[in-house]
Ligand binder design. Sequence first.
Ligand SMILES: [Zn+2]
Length: 572
Amino acid sequence: MARHLITSAIPYINGIKHLGNLVGSQLPADLYARYLRARGNEVMFLCATDEHGTPAELAAAKAGKPVADYCAEMHAVQAEIAQGFRLSFDHFGRSSSPQNHKLTQHLAGRLADAGLIREVSEKQVYSHADKRFLPDRYIEGTCPNCGYDKARGDQCENCTKQLDPTDLINPRSAISGSTDLEVRETKHLYLRQSDMRGKLQEWIDSKTDWPVLTTSIAKKWLNDGDGLQDRGITRDLDWGIPVKKGDEEWPGMEGKVFYVWFDAPIEYIACAGEWAEANGKTDADWERWWRTERGADDVRYTQFMGKDNVPFHTLSFPVTILGSGEDWKLVDYIKSFNYLNYDGGQFSTSQGRGVFMDQALEILPADYWRWWLLSHAPESSDSEFTWENFQGSVNKDLADVLGNFASRVTKFCRSKFSEAVPSGGTPGAREDQLIADLEKGLREYEAHMDAIEVRKSAAALRALWVLGNEYLQDVAPWSTFKEDPDAAAMQIRIALNLIRFYAVISSPFIPDASAQLLTAMHAEDATWPADVASAVQALPEGHVFSVPEVTFRKISDEERAGWQERFAGVRT
Ligand SMILES: [Zn+2]
């Protein structure tokens, strides 16, 4: 039994994510985790909320809540929605956990001891009214280039000119609107990523099996311009992990916290510690997933993320891991995704454009979304959600091909035989052909799943469903029954077994429908099929089943049009 560690990029705490976020990391990670478990592997699947930084503070202020309370509430909301989509995390942690505080401070101390951290004096804008330093993008003013009066301290949205906060005319705090600002000197810690460039280059070059999307982004950041830059790892904020060197104070860093990008990926590790605590396990139980000298050497570690997260995972986080000089597990494979667009434009959280995870579950069960999103995953390029495509895919693939197969076969058996697998008849050449085709198709499906080719896996699975439908069309048991009831019994026996077979192999994509079909078939054994010939005999003659409720319903044109209008923009 192999051991697989899987992490999904951790979603930011300040609100509910849209379907584009879901398909960019959590959902394909869940598909892979479910598949590997079904194949008998030991899996540790971790995700968490990313809770630090200015946006969390501002969202909490807007909600009129202390930031810690706000994060606790939003974590619960995101956890419930994840459960709604059947994301099968072994643990859904929090980057604000005590485990992450301790580990982040520990790793920063190790990096400092290794000479990989330097101090930098910077000038930063301080707001007296807000009693805080303001990050560049929280300072607004008039653009010196075009006169736009809502230019941000890092860039003018109107003319796209890159700016420094001190360039702005009449600068003010974007938080309070106060103009009582002052430029102050402040000290920050920088991670000397540039010192690790050679080591990173060597490591990336060794990953010849990684998707081009992943390695091309990593190489661009390593080599473009002046190459990989050092990066600040501290901020003047209240909310976050206090800057410490292990357990000790860090002179000159009092009142500062680590920058959110630094502590967020460390939460992948800390999350395993949270898992251990939540489940009454020991440190050794989680360390065997993360420390190479304590068992993790034979773990395969796969990360899932959208392309915007690739630089942090290929460069910055590996600098932390490698630079620590400790035996932490490095990622073995990074699966990255392009973007999912929405109906001729982009999903927009600020404009409420597109479907958000909570809304999706209000209108249809999780499996409908899981199937569409995974079968259209933005792998080789960006992909686009349209309601027409969604309706077509649900109605054809799920309702007509899979759902209808289960319904027809079970209802026919109930009306002509009974609610038990009928006896009689002997399989012949057409059945041999079916089994050979399914065998070939199943191996293709497994090969795509092993390679984490999500769209190809969905297509291969659908092709397996189609083979069953074609068989049923060909042998037409409803006609056979009139002349040769025994032959019809044999055909229906095969088809009833195919329902169980489909339920088992479809479970990574559509877990609820799979469970429903297994229950209807009274199938106790849901083991992944070793070979199709035995799988089509798993339910023996006389085995009792029940006709399943409608597995997938069709989406009407009226519904489609209504949703199209509802999600066009401005969330209500
Ligand atoms: Zn401008």
